[in-house]
Design a protein around this ligand. Structure first.
Ligand code: HEC
Ligand code: HEC
Length: 401
């Protein structure tokens, strides 16, 4: 059984709550077994196991059908690295003013988002985009809405050091971790063999390891895909057929089993009232054809991650689905109409109200949080895990911060 125990706040609740015990040596032990869905190899590495690995997309004609294989996943981290990453992910020590952790904007109870249209950083101001889910990031090859980062390690430099997000800096971050006795011990365990102090690369590796363990591939849709036909109700199957139809064309971009083809597409989602136009991938690539283009998001656990789109324009899945049937380019700003090149799969499917309802029914079958990791009871810094609670969650649990 778990060696990690609940006797984590040895110095007493007050010290944990006030965060005064920055140097406290809690009895935090790293897990020596893999998260669910992974198998431990003799070399102490966790390897992903999923039924989709049995499917070879090339042999099953019709890429995008239920038995399409998955892209290669990042795996092969040790159980200790993954678990250390979990503590780092939830530790506000990683922000400049100790107020927020990664989980402040990527909370497990909100589908690893913050429930906001646009995230709020440590300085209290809104950033311009919404926090995407972190479920299944192990399979992605480009990160951020505009696909500007190519690895998870590169991606996290954004939030960690952006003064508008966590507002730390590399020197401060590694100095604080190296000064913490618990972290020194845990890094020693997770990166055994390296005698020296923790390095930034080890920090990035551990957080990457944790994020790649967030696998969601056991939804009712997946059971259906693997052959259990009663896993979906009739209305849900109807929704799946609309989703895959050449009229709606959703699956052309939101391709199963990941429900994204990872490409950038210009679909012409309007900004919420008062938000400036977002040029999206054009700003990153310099390609005018990608003006207003964003990476196709995965729709896994999408029922948990409202509001929707890069800056939270739509409050509900019904509104998001309806956007596609209101006509190609219907919401483009006037001054962009001649400039933006909307993707050829965005057309005028004229979906009936009932078809939109069925689409929403189907999207809800992509929910699977069975491998949701546990929020640590305490983190090595002695600060409160999560830091500032996302507003949506604070409201739900009945208090605000
Ligand atoms: C202030 C809120 C906030 C914090 C704190 C935060 N993020 Fe994010 N995260 C975001 C937003 C907003 C985006 C999307 C930004 C964009 O695309 O331009 C994002 C994007 C991501 C992505 C890309 C996902 C994808 O599908 O492309 C990953 C991975 C990620 N964050 C991980 C982390 C990690 C790890 C931490 C902690 C080191 C962290 N985030 C801290 C708000 C936050
Ligand atoms: C041409 C490719 C393409 C097609 C076809 C397409 N989508 Fe999308 N979808 C995208 C892109 C790109 C985004 C993100 C756009 C943005 O944020 O501005 C998106 C976003 C979404 C979102 C919001 C996800 C989130 O996490 O915020 C939903 C829901 C969605 N699509 C459902 C559908 C449905 C249903 C259909 C079929 C009616 C469909 N999509 C067809 C490319 C496509």
């Amino acid at each position: 059984m778990s060696r990690r125990s609940s006797k984590v706040c040895l110095l007493g609740l007050l010290a944990c709550v006030t965060g005064a015990a920055a140097q406290a040596e809690f009895s935090i032990e790293l897990q020596d077994y893999c998260p669910p869905g992974f198998e431990l190899t003799e070399l102490n590495r966790c390897e992903l196991q999923t039924l989709y690995q049995n499917y070879d997309s090339l042999r099953y004609a019709g890429v995008g059908g239920p038995r399409t294989g998955l892209p290669a996943a990042r795996d092969g981290f040790s159980p200790q690295q993954i678990d250390l990453g979990r503590y780092l992910f939830f530790d506000p020590l990683l922000s400049g003013d100790d107020s927020m952790s990664c989980a402040s904007c990527h909370h497990p109870d909100l589908g690893f988002t913050d429930g906001r249209a646009r995230s709020v950083g440590a300085d209290g101001r809104e950033v311009r985009r919404a926090a995407p889910t972190l479920w299944n990031v192990a399979f992605l090859n480009r990160f951020f809405w505009d696909a500007r980062a190519e690895s998870l390690e590169e991606q996290m430099l954004g939030p960690l050091y952006d003064p508008q997000e966590m507002g730390s800096n590399p020197n401060e971050l590694i100095a604080e971790i190296a000064a913490n006795e618990t972290y020194r011990r845990l890094f020693g365990e997770a990166f055994g063999g390296s005698e020296g102090p923790p390095s930034l690369d080890m920090v990035y590796t551990a957080i990457t390891a944790f994020q790649t363990s967030l696998i969601s591939l056991n939804s009712r849709y997946d059971r259906y895909a693997h052959g259990y036909h009663d896993a979906l109700t009739e209305p849900e199957k109807e929704g799946m057929n609309v989703f895959r139809s050449f009229v709606a064309r959703c699956a052309e971009c939101h391709t199963p089993p990941l429900f994204t083809n990872q490409q950038i597409a210009v679909i012409g989602v309007p900004e919420p009232e008062g938000q400036a136009f977002d040029e999206g991938a054009e700003a990153v690539t310099g390609n005018a054809g990608l003006r207003g283009g964003f990476r196709v998001p995965s729709l896994r656990n999408v029922a948990q991650t409202a509001p929707y789109m890069h800056s939270g324009t739509f409050a509900t899945l019904r509104e998001a689905a309806e956007f596609y049937t209101l006509g190609r380019g219907h919401a483009l700003p006037e001054e962009e109409k001649q400039r933006m090149i909307v993707h050829w799969h965005i057309w005028e499917p004229n979906l009936a109200d009932a078809e939109l309802d069925r689409l929403v029914d189907f999207l809800a079958t992509l929910t699977d949080e069975s491998f949701k990791p546990r929020v640590p009871e305490a983190v090595p810094s002695g600060l409160l895990p999560i830091g500032t609670l996302p507003e949506a969650l604070a409201q739900r649990v009945g208090h605000s911060q």
